[in-house]
Ligand binder design. Structure first.
Ligand SMILES: *[C@@H]1O[C@H](CO)[C@@H](O)[C@H](O)[C@H]1NC(C)=O
Ligand SMILES: *[C@@H]1O[C@H](CO)[C@@H](O)[C@H](O)[C@H]1NC(C)=O
Ligand SMILES: *[C@@H]1O[C@H](CO)[C@@H](O)[C@H](O)[C@H]1NC(C)=O
Ligand SMILES: *[C@@H]1O[C@H](CO)[C@@H](O)[C@H](O)[C@H]1NC(C)=O
Ligand SMILES: CC(=O)N[C@H]1CO[C@H](CO)[C@@H](O)[C@@H]1O
Ligand SMILES: [Ca+2]
Length: 503
């Protein structure tokens, strides 16, 4: 008996350890942009990738309907229940507060009884389609972090399309199609998200799971399954977030898929509950939505941990000397290095990729010494190099600040490798676990590591877990080897462009 108890306790302990080990990186991480650390007996800033917390984004949107007069109640109208044409006690009157159903009621907090909802006019003009666009606009790029959930008070529509815009409503792309018969409505084969795999995870599908007619009383929601798509990369309980973050860092398509400025719900055909529409009582057919859930965060390119809503406008509170609503560029005088978004890797703190101060262009008479002296104290970038032996670090640091300054005054050096196709960079050390950056295009990993940024330990079974749990600390490539090599390759261009031949 006692033994059994011990055994049970131990099993619980082991599974608890397993669980805590596997859920370290939820979407709530990356909440700090910088912290002060003691380095060489003085306070220095340590910069990290950061993003705002995920929150209820429906508080910050504006909603518009097309056609604009599609909301019920003007003139007042009586509605009948879909399942019973003799039950007609649903009255809509825009001029009476208790009987009005304006669009705001899709975004108030639910949970009270009776529910509050927006309602459309009925399908009076049948057989002309009853079509409504509900457009939600943020006037800011946001990133979805959880499922979009629409709750219908009427039957769920027989046809609807969820669309999104990435450019403030200029162009639209479908996100997902919903129909009781996908082939008939959109000539698409019905599919479910769980039928997708990592290579098809961005496929736009048509689903029949949310349009069932008769059982609507028991399920009123229509979902866009964000989490199920994340799970295709991060595993069923999102336990391998490192894999998802690694992919998000390097795959623009994937980032863009979950990014938007506007959402549009295109209601194309209301619930009819049968194959035939009852033309004698069209008051049974209409749309009514009680709630819309959109969880997400402002997109700040990993350069801000807060986003403020000021004068009706969302904006990132940019750090790392970046600016703009999405922190998508460097502040004036801080374009010392091409702007780049922060990186989720290495987990858990990421890489800040701060904007660097532009140094005044040195005049022709400046010697190497004066350039170097001018910049020697500026080494924030390398404060991450936690080499226990300061002496091995000194020289490469010195040299590397020179390299970054060279790039800043000689923009043509970086021209031949456009910034957005760069995978890695030996100066920023984005390859991990000792990997070396090859032509900014790929990381050459050390034996035992794989993945685009060498972030994955290649291992099997149990030994894997040890490697991965010890992985978060950054293992810099031996600086003394890489940086002088980089310098050597730069010397010809230095000599040619700087007029330093006089040395
Ligand atoms: C809405 O307005 C349009 C013209 O803008 C009109 O043709 C249509 O009949 C109106 N619909 C309703 C339900 O009032
Ligand atoms: C709704 O939006 C689509 C494009 O997203 C557009 O073609 C259509 O005209 C809009 N209006 C209505 C009433 O469907
Ligand atoms: C959107 O934001 C910009 C500022 O970034 C502002 O100028 C513009 O008026 C806003 N548009 C709307 C429709 O609120
Ligand atoms: C049809 O709708 C009207 C209201 O428009 C209602 O009075 C009537 O009872 C409904 N049912 C039938 C079967 O006509
Ligand atoms: C991250 C970073 O480099 N921050 C600097 C931005 O610029 C101001 C001065 O404008 C500095 O004080 C910050 O340290
Ligand atoms: Ca409501």
């Amino acid at each position: 008996m006692y033994l059994l108890l011990v055994f049970v306790l131990q099993t619980l302990w082991v599974s608890w350890c397993h669980a805590t080990q596997h859920y370290p990186a939820s979407w709530g991480h990356y909440d700090v942009c910088k912290s002060q650390v003691y380095a060489e007996d003085r306070l220095a800033w340590h910069y990290m990738a950061c993003q705002p917390e995920a929150t209820d984004m429906t508080k910050y949107l504006t909603v518009s309907l097309d056609p604009p007069n599609i909301t019920c109640g003007d003139p007042p109208e009586m509605y009948c229940a879909l399942e019973n044409p003799y039950m007609c006690n649903n009255e809509c009157d825009a001029d009476t507060e208790e009987l009005a159903h304006p669009p705001e009621l899709m975004f108030d907090s639910e949970g009270r009884n009776p529910t509050t909802f927006w309602q459309s006019t009925s399908w009076k003009k049948y057989p002309k389609p009853l079509q409504v666009n509900i457009t939600l606009s943020w006037n800011k790029t946001i990133e979805l972090t959880d499922d979009i959930v629409l709750t219908f008070e009427s039957g769920r529509p027989e046809q609807l399309v969820l669309e999104k815009s990435l450019d403030y409503g200029h162009t639209w792309q479908p996100y997902q199609f919903y129909a009781s018969d996908c082939l008939d409505a959109f000539t698409m084969e019905p599919k479910a998200v769980h039928q997708l795999n990592p290579s098809t995870m961005l496929e736009i599908i048509c689903t029949e799971a949310y349009s069932t007619g008769y059982v609507w009383k028991y399920d009123k929601t229509v979902r866009f399954e964000i989490k199920d798509r994340f799970a295709l990369l991060a595993g069923p309980r999102l336990h391998n977030m490192a894999s998802l973050y690694g992919q998000l860092d390097t795959t623009k398509n994937l980032r863009d898929f979950f990014t938007l400025t506007d959402l549009r719900i295109r209601l194309l055909r209301p619930a009819t509950g049968a194959t035939m529409v009852d033309e004698n009582n069209l008051s049974r057919y209409f749309y009514a939505i009680s709630d819309i859930k959109v969880q997400g965060r402002c997109k700040c390119n990993l350069h801000a941990n807060s986003c403020v809503f000021d004068k009706g406008k969302l904006g990132c509170e940019c750090e790392h000397n970046t600016t703009g609503p999405d922190c998508a560029r460097c502040k004036r005088h801080y374009q010392g290095r091409a702007w780049s978004m922060g990186s989720y890797l290495p987990i858990p703190k990421g890489t800040a990729n701060i904007c660097e101060y532009i140094l005044p262009s040195p005049s022709r008479h400046d010697s190497w010494e004066s350039i170097v002296l001018h910049q020697a104290p500026k080494r924030d970038l390398f404060s991450r190099l936690e080499d226990p032996n300061p002496h091995t670090n000194k020289a490469p640091l010195f040299v590397s600040t020179l390299i970054s300054s060279t790039i800043s005054v000689e923009p043509q050096i970086s021209k031949d490798s456009p910034r957005n196709t760069r995978v890695c960079d030996n100066v920023l050390l984005r390859c991990q676990n000792g990997g070396m950056c090859h032509h900014h295009q790929r990381c050459q990993c050390l034996a035992g590591f794989g993945g685009i940024l060498c972030e994955k330990a290649q291992c099997q079974g149990d030994s894997c877990e040890d490697l991965q749990s010890s992985q978060p600390s950054l293992h810099p490539p031996p600086a003394a080897q890489t940086l002088p090599l980089a310098l050597l390759s730069l010397i010809p261009s230095l000599l040619a462009t700087r007029g330093l031949t006089s040395l």
